[in-house]
Design a protein around this ligand. Structure first.
Ligand SMILES: [Mg+2]
Ligand SMILES: [Zn+2]
Length: 187
């Protein structure tokens, strides 16, 4: 069986964007707003070299909330994968939840897959023969830690500077400043 490194995307791989209209740091809604976090490529390549399969597990509710088009959100995600690929970082599987429980858009309301649900981690594990007990989930939000724990993974909180308000109260197994520290510590 494989071991997986499940990664949240926003605040781990790419920067959050400050939207003055809501006064909050949120996921980028267009390719123009996308900024990758500096220095992530090398630790991710190192993780692959050490035998981790990389997965992205991300909630992207901005369309469901009426903030932008679905196409625009999908373009951002494609671009993230492209940028990683250009740097030699192979993502084995990428899983996106586009839903939100309060959505008024048919088909984009309550779902099974939105973190903190472990649904997408389990789906990835089943599809790619991953042993969840030998895997890690890393993210900058409390919901990432909850999802990882519910899936049976070990969990790491990445202390991204703009997501302090999202960290919640669930205790992770590990707290790291960034992906470089994480990859070093999980060996
Ligand atoms: Mg995040
Ligand atoms: Zn969903």
């Amino acid at each position: 069986m494989n071991r997986g490194l499940f990664l949240d995307r926003d605040g781990v791989i790419n920067e959050l964007v400050f939207y003055p209209s809501h006064g909050e740091w949120e996921s980028p809604r267009s390719v123009e707003e996308l900024r990758m976090l500096p220095g992530i490529e090398s630790p991710l390549r190192e993780a692959i070299r050490r035998g981790w399969l990389l997965f992205l597990i991300t909630n992207q509710p901005s369309y469901a909330k009426g903030k932008c088009s679905l196409e625009s959100l999908q373009q951002v995600h494609e671009r993230v994968l492209e940028r990683l690929g250009e740097a030699g970082v192979v993502i084995t599987g990428s899983f996106v939840c586009y839903h939100h429980p309060d959505s008024q858009i048919p088909g984009f309301g309550p779902c099974q897959c939105r973190k903190p649900s472990p649904h997408l981690l389990r789906e990835a594990a089943a599809r790619y023969d991953v042993d969840l007990t030998k895997s890690w989930m890393a993210g900058d939000s409390g919901t990432d830690i909850e999802a990882g724990r519910s899936a049976g993974c070990r969990t790491a909180l990445i202390e991204y500077e703009h997501s302090e308000a999202r960290r919640g109260t669930v205790r992770p197994d590990l707290v790291c400043a960034d992906l470089a520290e994480l990859v070093q510590k999980i060996a």
